[in-house]
Write a protein that binds this ligand. Structure first.
Ligand code: P5A
Length: 452
């Protein structure tokens, strides 16, 4: 993309309404625009990151054996009457009537709808285990929408639902989700810690929230500092293996890590004092096992292998896709702007031309652009007739992890400059070597051919 032809409405001023750094930076970098409280338009740069996050979520869901589909945003109130949540959900649910006077709502979640679908088609245990998911907009009329996309009213969620014959099988689905979520967040450059949580209006005995530690987080958390040393890394996990998923689960959940809702001071005090931590965190996902409650209410039963009619064991699992943009920025920024992890960056590499209009510099930038594109990378070429300082400031603000700077002086010596946004370190290299280096860095972040 050439910046002169892009739509990147960056702001020089810090918007007064934004209280936390991620919200400020998303507005300043021209990523989002508020349409009304807690509802945002995704401008091109923000949309690109949103799509990258969504792609990683899809890839990791499919890797875990879960099946993508799409349910509507608008639902009929009827199913919610059956589950009993039409009343209990309260004013957070946006309700309205269609022209025939029927109760409609903008879905805050999809347990009822998916259970109804499965109840309609699945009749035998042979169709199990089954996990279906979608990535779809939700609406919750939050009392205090704030912090930009972090607590929106309209927000994008990945929500998945598992259907199993027994509690044991459903707990494997729970563990499998826990492992696949760890991998999902790590690919986005995030450490999200699974913490014992409170099940709230979704219900159920088993639930973990995934929290990214950040001062601006809305949740208070308590944990054993050892948990922050754990990573999944490149471990090759067989998601069908009950033992392997259980082992990872045990490794990550056996240490104390809880939100304030489940915090237990006596338990916490058993950890050596130097390892006790209290902090704040951003909840980027939550998993639940809730048994047969929805299946019984909505009629999701199957014939077991002994011929009995049994209700399905279910769980639901959510990732805050749009919230993740805010969480990533909270975890990765500096005074100058955003620092995107390679896995989600909107463009792979910036190209800054220090002397636009200089025939040699222009040609070198064009050829870098082609060479990077030839490697399947997407560069953002700042081809505007602007001062170098302004170009650097824009690149720093929008946070591309790598920048190649091209100027007549360097070109005389056959070199360009490759700069890391994270460390600020620069290296002079031939244009070919700079391209090869950038391509090598991104080789570890190639999309998985997952069939989404
Ligand atoms: C699990 C999937 C559920 O709704 N039903 C389907 C279950 N869980 S949840 O914890 O309530 O939401 C899942 C994740 O969605 C994000 N989230 C939000 N993001 C932005 N703005 C909001 N107002 C908002 N509410 C929830 C969180 O990341 C949460 O973990």
């Amino acid at each position: 993309m050439r910046l002169s032809r892009y739509f990147l409405p960056v702001l020089k001023e810090t918007p007064a309404e934004a209280q936390i750094v991620s919200h400020r930076l998303m507005l300043r970098a021209g990523m989002i625009r508020q349409a009304s409280a807690g509802i945002y338009s995704w401008l091109p740069l923000g949309y690109k990151v949103l799509r990258n996050i969504e792609r990683i979520v899809h890839e990791e869901q499919i890797r875990a054996g879960h099946i993508p589909m799409l349910m509507p945003t608008v639902q009929s109130g009827e199913l919610w009457q059956k589950s009993g949540r039409h009343n209990s959900y309260g004013p957070e649910m946006l309700r309205f009537h269609d022209r025939h006077g029927r109760e409609m709502l903008y879905g805050p979640t999809n347990e009822e709808m998916i259970t109804d679908i499965v109840a309609s088609y699945v009749t035998s245990y042979k169709a199990l285990p089954l996990t279906l998911y979608h990535i779809q907009w939700k609406f919750r009329d939050e009392v205090r929408p704030r912090f930009g996309v972090m607590r929106g009213r309209e927000f994008l969620m990945k929500d998945g639902y598992n259907f199993d014959l027994s509690k044991e099988a459903a707990l494997h689905a729970y563990n499998r989700h826990l492992v696949s979520y760890l991998r999902t967040y790590e690919r986005m450059g995030l450490q999200a810690i699974p913490m014992r949580a409170d099940s709230g209006p979704i219900g159920g005995d088993y639930t973990h929230e995934f929290l990214v530690l950040a001062e601006t987080g809305e949740s208070e958390v308590f944990y054993d500092s050892e948990i922050t040393d754990l990573t999944l890394g490149n471990r090759d996990i067989d998601y069908d293996s009950v033992d392997q998923c259980q082992a990872v689960m045990d490794e990550f959940t056996s240490r104390y890590a809880r939100t304030d809702e489940t915090h237990d001071t006596a338990e916490f005090d058993k950890i050596p004092a130097e390892r006790q931590r209290s902090a704040r965190g951003i909840e980027v996902g939550q998993i639940f096992y809730f048994g047969t409650e929805y299946s019984e209410k909505l009629g999701a039963y199957v014939q077991s292998d002994s011929g009995e009619r049994v209700p399905l064991h279910m769980g639901s699992h959510g990732i805050g896709v749009s919230r993740l943009l805010g969480a990533i920025i909270e975890a990765s920024h500096d005074d100058k702007g955003i620092i995107w992890p390679e896995g989600v960056t909107p463009f792979h590499c910036g190209i800054v031309n220090l002397k636009q209009g200089d025939a040699e510099a222009d040609a070198a930038c064009e050829s870098l652009y082609d060479a990077l594109s030839g490697h399947g990378l997407e560069p953002l070429y700042d081809d505007r007739d602007e001062r170098a300082g302004g170009k650097f400031a824009t690149m720093d603000l929008i946070g591309l992890p790598w920048r190649i700077t091209v100027g007549p002086r360097g070109l005389k010596n056959g070199v360009v400059e490759l700069t890391s946004r994270r460390t600020g370190e620069s290296e002079e290299l031939s244009p070919e070597a700079a391209v090869a280096r950038v391509a090598e860095i991104y080789a570890a972040h190639k999309p998985v051919n997952s069939g989404v």
